[in-house]
Design a protein around this ligand. Structure first.
Ligand code: NAP
Length: 312
């Protein structure tokens, strides 16, 4: 990172949307900095196998796809800074990005590609046992639970996909879902229903996570139809009840919707000129690697037009 330079574009977030924006911005010969607080690839990098990204008929490991995207972006001249963005000034013609590491970067435009993090369930015991049996990442923590009984909370793609992944290690995986129908893609549902280690507890919510002071021992449940309370023993609880967008650091001028996703127009322009948003952090219905890549493409091409107009 060059603090005396004015970048054409700073991309915040290095998931598939941000890295694709980097590939396009780099090829457009824009001076491009990508700031990523964790590992490149975001959620994708924590996915064991990505099976629905075109071009990989047998799937590709999420971490491998992330590495390839990063290599492609840096090949076209994108600089990568490992730091966390804490604040933005979004005025024209030069915007300022402040990072936790004390950096201050100037740029003509911004692409927000901060993705989303797994939402907390918000029940007693969750925080206390986080990292001691409560997890939001099967890829990271699954192997610690060899031959143990696990609970997965949720009924979306993440819950079912990660629940299936956990069957590699666990003795059993119980998916606790608040309705009697999954939200997950049909192919994932079919696999889960075929997998002998997976069982479902329907119409049930987890009200508390219990432990022995050191580690998780089980969860307290309630049947939402009958009100009946119960207890399910487990060594680990994996929580997949949706996502929270990474938008907390944004200044008030950048409009968010009621769930704190960034509001954009058809060209992925936010409410602030020269600030674009791509991928899971923006308001949209479908959140997939494939459309995050599409978003990164649009945001970078619109950023290029915006910078050209500033210069023209
Ligand atoms: P999601 O689709 O929002 O699903 C969240 C699940 O948690 C839903 O089943 C929801 O129940 C349940 N839930 C929400 N709040 C709850 C609560 N307080 N207590 C109990 N259950 C609760 O989230 P996701 O599965 O993390 O997926 C996020 C996005 O990433 C989606 O767009 C998904 O398609 C995408 N994704 C795709 C893949 C893939 O393509 N392979 C993999 C992972 C994620 P209800 O169903 O009753 O609302």
């Amino acid at each position: 990172m060059d603090k005396d330079k004015i970048y054409d574009v700073v991309i915040i977030g290095g998931g598939p949307a941000g890295l694709t924006a980097g590939v396009y911005a780099g090829r457009a010969r824009m001076a491009t900095l990508l700031v990523e607080k964790g590992i490149s690839g975001g959620q994708m990098a924590l996915t064991e196998m990505v099976e629905n990204y075109p071009g990989f008929p047998r799937g590709i490991a999420g971490a491998e796809l992330a590495n390839r995207m990063e290599e492609q972006a840096t090949h076209f001249g994108v600089e990568i800074l490992n730091d966390e963005v804490e604040g933005l000034e979004v005025q024209e013609p030069v915007k300022v990005v402040r990072t936790a590491g004390g950096g201050e970067v100037r740029t003509r435009c911004l692409i927000l590609a901060t993705g989303a993090d797994h939402r907390r369930l918000g029940v007693p015991g969750e925080e206390e046992y986080s990292g001691r049996g409560v997890s939001y990442c099967a890829t990271c923590d699954g192997a610690f639970f060899r031959d143990q009984d696990l609970i997965v909370v949720g009924g979306g793609d993440s819950a079912v996909e990660e629940g299936l992944f956990l069957t590699r290690f666990a003795r059993s995986v119980t998916i606790v879902h608040r309705r009697d129908e999954l939200r997950a893609q049909a192919i994932l549902q079919e696999r889960a229903k075929r997998e002998p280690k997976v069982r479902f507890v329907w119409n049930t919510v987890v009200e508390a996570i219990h432990g022995d002071g050191q580690k998780v021992t089980g969860v307290a449940t309630r049947d939402v139809r009958t009100g009946q309370r119960g207890e399910l023993p487990a060594a680990g609880v994996f929580i997949y009840v949706g996502m929270n967008p990474g938008t907390a650091f944004l200044p008030a001028g950048v409009a968010l919707d009621g769930e704190k996703y960034v509001v954009v127009d058809g060209n992925l322009q936010t409410s602030v000129p020269g600030v674009f948003a791509a991928g899971d952090c923006r308001q949209k219905q479908v959140r997939q690697v494939a459309n995050a890549v599409g978003d990164g493409t649009v945001a970078a091409m619109m950023a290029e037009k915006y910078v050209a107009a500033l210069e023209g």
